[in-house]
Structures are given as structure tokens and as C-alpha cells.
Design a protein around this ligand. Structure first.
Ligand SMILES: [Zn+2]
Length: 214
């Protein structure tokens, strides 16, 4: 991003065969081999935190694509005229589905308080605060549309979620229902689960890459 060849510089400085891989790809590889996606051929991983990152593992291999853009789900758009993204596009899903987005939506409905974080907004949802209820209602419209797009693209055997927002139980109940609204019900079998290896999952993935020389 700043024009410096990080991998090349690290290799020459450390004199070691350094490889660089996207954190969401490492997360998904880890979950596909050791975690919630174990035993499934096609695993889609989505990290929902301050941003949104994706990875797609097919038969235990990372599918990075010709240009390295495969499964960069955060920058698929759900509104060509939507919120401008740092990547230069508009309406990128990252700006609607991330934890940062939940906080922004909440701020719109509750302009009198600033800096309320997602875990607190979820607590307020549980206490049936009107603004928090409306925030998640709005959020799940975006969530349903976004994940429907992911399923229409990959139709994975299982979707494994990571990142801070993945700890909100609503994603696996209300979120799943919101996705299902975009499909013919009788044909639908969506498995969307929380990761099993926790916040360090990506580290396991990077170790697996080194070990398997993927
Ligand atoms: Zn973007």
C-alpha cells in the first residue's frame, strides 16, 4: 500500500523464506483444517471486526485467484452509489456489515451519545432499547443481502465467522433468517457457525501454510 516491497525486504533482512498471506485467508485455512470447517470440502471464512475480510478454502487449499482478489468480500458492493470506501469503490459491504458499521448505524438512531461500541449496543439490544433494536434490524437487512451474495457466489459447505462481531449470538439466528429470505426456502441448507479456534485462528493458519508449503 505504501509502494514498499515488504516481503522482499523482510526476506533480505532476515535471510529467511518469508511468505505473506492475507489474515482472512489464514483464518479460513485454520478453521477448514483444524476448526469449525474440519471435514468440509468448501469452506468460506468471514472475519467481521473493524472491517470485513473473507477467505475461501477448497479441498484444504486457499483460493487466492489470479490477482489475489478472490474472496475479498469486504469490497464487494451492495450499493453502487453507497458509502465511499477507502478502496475507491462505493457501497462496499465492509462499510455496512462490520462492527464499525454497527456503531455508525447506532449513532444515527442515537445521536445524543457518541463512541458507543458494538458489545454495548448488543447489551442494549438485549435490554430492548429501541435504538439498539432498530440498529440490528437495519444491520440484518445488510447482513442478509451480503451473505446471500456470498452464497450465490461460492455456495460453500459451511461458513465460519470470525472477528469481534462473530461473538454476537444473533448472527446465527436472526442473521441466518435474514440470509434465507433471499432464497427459495425448500432448497436451502445454510451452515453458518462461529469459529472454534478463537482470536488466534489466523496464526494457526499461517503455521499450516508454512507446514504444508501451500
Ligand atoms: Zn472497498
Amino acid at each position: 500500500m505504501n509502494g514498499k516491497p515488504l516481503q522482499k525486504d523482510l526476506r533480505s533482512l532476515l535471510n529467511l523464506p518469508i511468505d505473506i498471506q492475507n489474515d482472512a485467508n489464514c483464518f479460513t485455512l485454520s478453521e477448514a483444517i483444524l476448526g469449525a470447517g474440519k471435514g468440509y470440502s468448501n469452506v468460506l471464512g468471514v472475519i467481521i471486526g473493524t472491517g470485513l475480510g473473507g477467505g475461501f478454502i477448497t479441498h484444504q487449499k486457499i483460493h487466492t485467484g489470479k490477482n489475489g482478489y478472490a474472496a475479498e468480500l469486504g469490497h464487494t458492493s451492495i450499493d453502487y452509489n453507497g458509502i465511499p470506501c477507502w478502496c475507491g469503490n462505493k457501497g462496499c459491504i465492509e462499510n455496512y456489515l462490520s462492527g464499525t458499521a454497527i456503531e455508525r448505524i447506532y449513532q444515527q438512531y442515537n445521536p445524543h451519545e457518541t463512541g458507543i461500541k458494538t458489545p454495548e449496543i448488543y447489551q442494549r439490544y438485549l435490554h430492548k432499547e429501541a435504538q439498539a433494536l432498530t440498529t440490528f434490524e437495519k444491520y440484518f437487512i445488510y447482513f442478509g443481502q451480503g451473505f446471500a451474495n456470498f452464497i450465490y457466489t461460492f455456495d460453500p459447505d459451511i461458513i465460519v465467522l470470525g472477528g469481534g462481531v462473530s461473538k454476537i449470538p444473533l448472527l446465527y439466528t436472526e442473521g441466518k433468517k435474514a440470509i434465507a429470505r433471499h432464497f427459495q426456502q425448500e432448497k436451502l441448507n445454510i451452515q453458518i457457525v462461529q469459529n472454534e479456534l478463537g482470536d488466534s485462528s489466523g496464526i494457526f493458519g499461517s503455521l499450516l501454510m508454512t507446514h504444508a508449503n501451500i
